[in-house]
Design a protein around this ligand. Structure first.
Ligand code: ADP
Length: 503
């Protein structure tokens, strides 16, 4: 239980700047806030204004070691807490997170530039739901009895792995953190999380809130750079499981480091998710579906974004036009304004990268770029990283915009004539995270769903991560699943066999 005074307000705080200031320069280790041992910190910048809103503790190997040692000590006791009781505590955390949902939504909007109404508030509520879901699963950590011989009792039991090192990205940091921390804790592990450089604040506050309920050391939060803080966490000898969400290149580094220690690793990496629209679809619903599938309200910063849309030729022109109109009607502006649909890109580096793709697309022979929505006029936002969404047509399958993950508000729409040909194009990708199909012909839809190379295929909908449904990709999109009971059992426990000879 948290018994030391800490610098943040106890009650929900709707003044996001005040909360950001209070969270400045701190890790959360062993049940309390602590600064980086080196004394170093780095800037957290509001991407809508370009202003520094807080400092984040710049963690290194010393901080990692302190957090992992504390987590390892705590794990021994935590594993002894009955599984359903651990679940009940995690469930209690969910209730606390619900009370603080609006505060967390405002804080995440401040640090990431994601619009409050369309994205940040949604994320804050889903996070509480994830903890609530896993909190109910303590009793499912069951083993089996195995028939062996009449005089031998042979059983399996589920045991925790130990300290889990979790590394998360900036696009949906609270949710992606919850998908790792909730099952890890319920299964009897303790956790050290390394937050993303761009978005360390809301996850830090969540860690503090949960430490009001959990024993100290069970859940620790570090901020810092990837190589200086993330790498030592992955490499630490007491970290017995690594779970990572981020880019393919970093995922490979993380997987290699885990292999050196022979510890299991779960990887949630990139995507280039196709959306396939047949002429017989429910047209208006599908156009709306394309907006949500492409995650335009998250500026396309999603690994499941439908960044390749294939539309059957008879409805192609109409689809492009309706989609253009729909994206055009979306309001870009201050992320904290309730009227805003679309906020900002996360960082100048990402802004430049996405712009590079757009420029390349525009220069491609035969390509048409439809730039939608209008940049905000408010002078306070003139340094904001606002980028108009772009719909491309006329690009071919070898274009970098069709092959590579852009992670920005850019989608490519291409016509198709034949289901087999579109299936082949959809599968012609190094990624295999998600896909959606839009048709009223379920025979065709189900046939393609079985043959699409993706971890998740949805027909006539494209929802974001849902607790209870396994989520995770194939090919370069990753290894392992998250979000479900199976994910908790497979990735956060090991099965021990115990045999008793009673003869
Ligand atoms: P992005 O392009 O989204 O920043 P990254 O894969 O680089 O994707 O980052 C995802 C997370 O991985 C971040 O928390 C980042 O700090 C961390 N990270 C980056 N490099 C390393 C590394 N060498 N080892 C461990 N973690 C890293």
């Amino acid at each position: 239980m948290l018994d030391t005074p800490h610098p943040t307000p106890a009650a929900p705080c709707l003044d996001q700047q005040k909360l950001a200031t209070a969270l400045s320069g701190l890790h959360f280790i062993g049940g309390r806030y602590v600064p980086a041992r080196s004394g170093k910190s780095f800037a957290v910048v509001n991407p809508a204004t370009g202003q520094e809103v807080a400092r984040a503790a710049e963690g290194d190997a010393q901080d990692v070691d302190a957090a992992v040692q504390d987590a390892a000590r705590a794990q021994k006791e935590w594993a002894k807490v009955p599984a359903r009781k651990r679940g009940a505590l995690v469930h209690q955390c969910a209730a606390l997170l619900k009370e603080h949902a609006e505060e967390l939504a405002r804080l995440i909007a401040l640090e990431t530039g994601k619009a409050l109404r369309t994205e940040s508030r949604v994320e804050a509520n889903v996070v509480a739901d994830v903890f609530e879901f896993f909190g109910g699963l303590g009793g499912e950590l069951k083993g089996e009895s195995v028939p062996f011989a009449p005089n031998v009792l042979s059983v399996t039991v589920r045991e925790p792995l130990g300290v889990v090192g979790a590394i998360i990205p900036w696009n949906v940091p609270m949710l992606l953190m919850a998908l790792k921390v909730a099952p890890a804790l319920v299964a009897g592990n303790t956790v050290v999380v390394k937050s993303a450089e761009e978005a360390p604040l809301a996850v830090l506050r969540i860690c503090e809130l949960m430490n009001r309920v959990l024993p100290p050391g069970c859940f620790n939060m570090l901020s810092g750079m990837g190589p200086e803080c993330g790498a030592p966490l992955v490499e630490h000898k007491l970290v017995k499981k690594v779970t990572f969400t981020g880019s393919v290149d970093t995922g490979k580094i993380v997987a290699k480091a885990a292999a050196e220690k022979i510890v299991p690793v779960t990887l949630e990496l990139g995507g280039k998710s196709p959306m396939i629209v047949f002429a017989d679809c429910d047209f208006a619903k599908t156009v709306q579906g394309a907006l949500t599938s492409m995650r335009f309200t998250r500026q396309g910063q999603s690994c499941t974004a439908a960044s390749r849309i294939y539309v059957e030729r008879p409805v192609f022109d109409r689809f492009v036009e309706e989609m253009r109109k729909a994206v055009d009607a979306m309001v870009m502006g201050d992320p904290l304004d309730e009227k805003t649909d679309i906020g900002t890109i996360i960082s100048p580096g990402q802004f430049e990268k996405v712009q590079g793709f757009i420029e390349e697309g525009k220069k491609t022979k035969g390509a048409v770029a439809l730039e939608c929505s209008a940049l905000p006029k408010d002078p306070a936002l003139k340094k904001g990283l606002f980028l108009r969404p772009v719909i491309f047509t006329g690009l071919t399958r070898d274009s970098r915009l069709v092959q590579e993950e852009i992670f920005g508000p850019v989608t490519v729409i291409q016509p198709f004539d034949d289901a087999e040909a579109v299936l082949q194009e959809a599968n012609d990708s190094e990624y295999g995270l998600a896909a959606s199909l839009w048709t009223n012909n379920l025979k065709v839809g189900l046939d393609l769903a079985h043959r699409l190379e993706a971890g998740l295929v949805q027909i006539n909908q494209n929802l974001v991560v849902q607790a209870n449904l396994s989520y995770g990709g194939v090919k370069s999109s990753g290894l392992g699943k998250e979000a479900s009971l199976e994910a908790m059992l497979e990735h956060f426990t090991h099965k021990k066999t115990i045999m008793v000879n009673m003869g």
